[in-house]
Structures are given as C-alpha cells and as structure tokens.
Design a protein around this ligand. Structure first.
Ligand code: SF4
Length: 260
C-alpha cells in the first residue's frame, strides 16, 4: 500500500509564501514534481480549467485529468471532452454519481428539484457532484483547480497552494489564483487551446445545462449559475464544503440575507 503525502500547515504556509505571486507554470511545475501521479487536475472544461490543462500538459504530457459527469451536462461539454482527449492524446478520467443515490433523490424530490429551493439545489449538487468528487479525492494526495480570486466573493481569499481540510487534508493547488479573466483568454488564444463554444454565446461560467445561463454586461462572472437564487453563494459544495459548514458561513455573508 502506498504512503500518502500529507503536508503540515506549517509547510503549507511556507509554500503559500513561496508560490503566491508566482506564475501558474511555476506552481504547476512544483506540484507535478512533488506529487507525480498522485496529483490530478479537476476540470469541468471551462476556460480556466482548459488553460491549466494546457499548461500542465506542456510540463508533463502524462498529467492526470479528471471530470465529474453529473448526468445533466450540455451536449457541447461532452463534445469538448472528446475534442480535448483527441487534441492532447490523453485519457480523461470521468467519474459518475452513484446511480442508487440519484434514483432515490429523484424519486423523493423530482428530476428538476434544484428550482424549488436552495436546499433542494444543494441536495442535487451534493449527490451529482460533491459525493463523486469526494470519492476521487480520497485516492489522491493533491488536486489542481482553475479557481481564481476574482471569480466571486467566496473565492477572494484563495492561495496558490492550500491545505484542503474539507477533503481530508490533501493539497489543493490553484495556479490561477491571481490571474484575471483577460489573462486566461490571452493564454487560450496564444496557445490555440480548445474552449467551450458557450463562451461565444455570452456565457461566462458553465456548469450543468438546467442551472446555467449567459450573463449580461456588469454581472459577476458566476451570475448565470443558479440564476434564480438570490440568497445563496454561487457554489455547489465542491470548493465550499457543506459538511464542514463553510457553505453555511458563506450563506450568512450573502447580501440578500444580511439585508433581511
Ligand atoms: S448544477 Fe444543477 S443539475 Fe448540476 S448538480 Fe447542481 S443542482 Fe444538479
């Protein structure tokens, strides 16, 4: 049985100091060398994830990449998944929710339960996204995300290297933490990175088909996610755990609730 690599908070603090402010490629080079095949990139094929994948592949063409197929993705996302496989010549590890759990939730709450309440939406996200993610993360020592500080208030304080206490203390690597949207698109265009066709239709964040719409000028990038909700963070629980109470703490910070 392999030994897991677990870093102390002290070591993470040193790494934060070392890598915050460094280029995404420097952060990725360190992470790939440190964790090897026990590290994987988590992507939903949004622009940030695609830029990360491209950078990591140029450093190590054997880099592991995984995605969670919620079963409610737009057809265009599946098409991009296959396009990415062919473009880079890599396997994409696709993980699915537990069929019995989905059947039980749908039987009790309906297939489109997410429109009814924040709680119902979170139950769907928990079943279709968070639980499969937890299963994958339980096998890894580190994961890489495309999170950026400027995406939403819930992400404003992320670092390039973090201890992911929500998922058993593995390392979470956010190489784009300090980038903005323009830098991501500059990279994509300069390197001919494949990108999701929805961006050309006004979307600025892309998730499951029933829960995503295009945004309009002046809206936050993630405003099109669960657009009907006015009283919840734009998070599904993957980066803001419900079990640890982090989602609830973010919930209390939302302007709509504070104003009530
Ligand atoms: S984004 Fe919507 S469809 Fe997808 S898991 Fe969350 S609630 Fe369910």
């Amino acid at each position: 049985m392999r030994d897991s690599i677990r870093l102390s908070q002290q070591e993470i603090n040193r790494l934060t100091e070392r890598y915050d402010g460094q280029s995404p490629q420097e952060v990725l080079t360190w992470a790939l060398e440190r964790f090897g095949s026990q590290l994987a990139i988590c992507t939903s094929f949004q622009a940030d994830g695609m830029a990360i994948l491209d950078m990591a592949w140029r450093i190590d063409p054997k880099v592991r990449v995984f995605t969670i197929d919620t079963g409610r993705m737009p057809q265009e996302t599946y098409a991009l998944l296959d396009q990415v496989r062919d473009h880079y010549g890599i396997d994409i590890e696709v993980y699915f929710p537990d069929a019995t759990q989905i059947e039980s939730v749908v039987r009790r709450h309906g297939i489109n339960l997410f429109y009814r309440s924040v709680e119902s939406r979170l139950l769907c996200c928990q079943t279709r996204k968070v639980l499969p993610l937890n299963r994958v993360l339980g096998t890894l020592d580190a994961w890489v995300t495309g999170l950026r500080r400027d995406q939403s208030t819930t992400r404003a304080e992320i670092h390039a290297v973090e201890l992911d206490t929500d998922h058993g203390g593995l390392v979470k690597v956010n190489p784009l933490a300090e980038w903005d949207e323009q830098q991501v698109w500059n990279y994509i265009r300069a390197h001919n990175v494949p990108y999701h066709p929805f961006y050309d239709q006004g979307y600025t964040s892309i998730g499951c088909a029933p829960c995503t719409r295009p945004t309009t000028t002046g809206e936050e990038a993630r405003a099109g996610r669960w657009w009907w909700e006015t009283n919840a963070p734009k998070e599904c629980g993957m980066h803001c755990s419900i079990e640890s109470g982090r989602f609830e703490r973010e919930l209390l910070k939302t302007p709509a609730l504070v104003a009530e």
